[in-house]
Design a protein around this ligand. Structure first.
Ligand code: PGA
Length: 259
């Protein structure tokens, strides 16, 4: 099996302030100093006004950071949107696209999400592309078809960027019913969906590509459940919301990944 480096990503959502961010990052730098020797990738996704702050706070560390969304366009008359180039100017190297909160509240379609992933790659940002079903989908046995509808446009728009069996993106499986609810998918439930995702990618892009792809789990991950979730074969780390805002919780989750 390919050795996939684990990634723990903190999605701050619309939270934080200059003061809170500084306290959080300083506490994490302190906590993770000896523990984070490079075995786990760690990244932070802040509200975009704080990218310049992270640019300064994270200088000289191994931590990456990025924005929680970008436009599929690069510049122009798109009021309120933020381009990949702007995000890059602040040293960001990653971006979340297609988070379920954007799909739900900003009506983002799977095609738009795929275009954003493409724009990210073209501008040297690593996209973490979120997919996942609602409770309604799960209860009506639609998990596989929903994931196919979300994944296929991403594959279509970014397959051309596969190089040496590496697809330059990360998928985050985030069941909508587990996000911010305190209800976590069981390790078996999550593992089963990660396998489905890997199989779909293998069918389109080949086994080597699918084996090198990192697939994160997201949805109510906490220090107490992280180790069990992350020990599943096809789970390569996590996208963490609420628990990424507390330094103890976030560093506990990072330590859990390393087992
Ligand atoms: P949560 O959010 O960890 O608060 O459930 C995860 C996410 O939305 O990325």
């Amino acid at each position: 099996m390919t050795d996939r480096k684990k990634l723990v990503a903190g999605n701050w959502k619309m939270n934080g302030s200059l003061e809170e961010n500084q306290l959080l990052i300083n506490a994490l730098k302190h906590d993770l100093n000896e523990n984070n020797s490079g075995a786990v990738d760690v990244s932070f996704f802040c509200p975009s006004p704080y990218l310049s702050q992270l640019h300064v706070l994270l200088k000289g560390t191994r931590f990456s950071y990025g924005s929680q969304d970008i436009s599929e366009q690069l510049s122009g008359a798109y009021t309120g949107q933020i381009s990949a180039k702007m995000v890059r100017e602040f040293g960001a190297t990653q971006v979340i696209v297609g988070h379920s909160e954007r799909r739900a509240y900003q009506s983002e379609s799977s095609r738009l999400v795929a275009s954003k992933a493409q724009t990210a790659i073209e501008n040297n940002l690593l996209p973490i592309v979120c997919v996942g079903e609602t409770l309604e989908h799960r209860e009506s046995n639609q998990v596989e078809s929903v994931l196919a509808e979300q994944l296929d446009p991403i594959i279509e728009k970014t397959a051309a960027f596969v190089k040496a069996s590496e697809w330059p993106l990360v998928i985050a499986y985030e069941p909508v019913w587990a996000i911010g609810t305190g209800v976590t998918a069981s390790p078996d439930q999550a593992q089963a969906v990660h396998v489905l995702i890997r199989e779909r990618v293998a069918a389109a892009l080949g086994t080597e590509v699918s084996q090198s792809l990192r697939i994160l789990y997201g949805g109510s991950v906490k220090p107490s459940n992280a180790e069990e979730i992350f020990s599943q074969n096809d789970i390569d780390g996590g996208l963490i919301g609420g628990a990424s805002l507390k330094s103890d919780d976030f560093s506990g989750i990072i330590r859990a990944v390393k087992g």
